[in-house]
Write a protein that binds this ligand. Sequence first.
Ligand code: GLP
Length: 260
Amino acid sequence: MEVVIATAGELAALAADAIQGLLATKPTAVLGLATGSSPLGIYDELARRYGAGEVSFAQARGFMLDEYVGLPAEHPERYRNVIETEIASRVDFAPGAVQGPDGLATDLVAACTRYEAAITEAGGVDLQILGIGSDGHVGFNEPGSSLASRTRIKTLTEQTRADNARFFDGDVDQVPRHCLTQGLATIMSARHIVLIATGRAKAEAIHHLVEGSVSAMWPATILQHHPHVSVLVDPAAASRLQLADYFRSTYAAKPAWQGL
Ligand code: GLP
């Protein structure tokens, strides 16, 4: 696990460098796309680089992490629409190249099985962009999630519903109670995971992710078992890291050619 402490703008550029580098060597790469506010700087940077002709997604595929159950197809907060607005429509993904779990399926269990199969058929995710919830969830794998879980239906915690109410006019009652999410084992199958977190509200979760015991109580801690995780944090999100000085000096001494 590599921890990089830098400004939000620097972190977004680093993640975009990793994605641009991947697409340069493997234009058909499969990207894992996260929602939430954390990846927005990365998406802005990728859109800018696409506009400048520096990167193309024409042959790439995208798989979303999660989706609310039951939000109407046209709802702006339906994650399929959020991803379309924030990244897919701003670059040159081919039509149908970005997929997400179908939160409107009549058979939600079958939709989860189909989604796992689609990821496998695409060859698995090469680079997964991840945010983290203040309670340590990744995707919508809330505390208590099986560390071996695959895509399935979950019930959101009241904490997550309250956190996400800001996207629903501040009204927690409008936030769905259920979601479909890639499981922790699904996320762990990605070949490279780039997790980005900013702000003090994420400091405790980042402390557990990097320095805590692996536990379903802090689902992101399963990433300690992954061989290639990049944790990108601003100074506020890093403020509870006991090893912050070590991470800073390690990164300062890192050879420029190495990348994430
Ligand atoms: C939601 C998403 C997660 C995201 C989390 C944090 O619950 N399902 O994928 O990581 O929110 O969101 P934010 O980045 O806005 O803090």
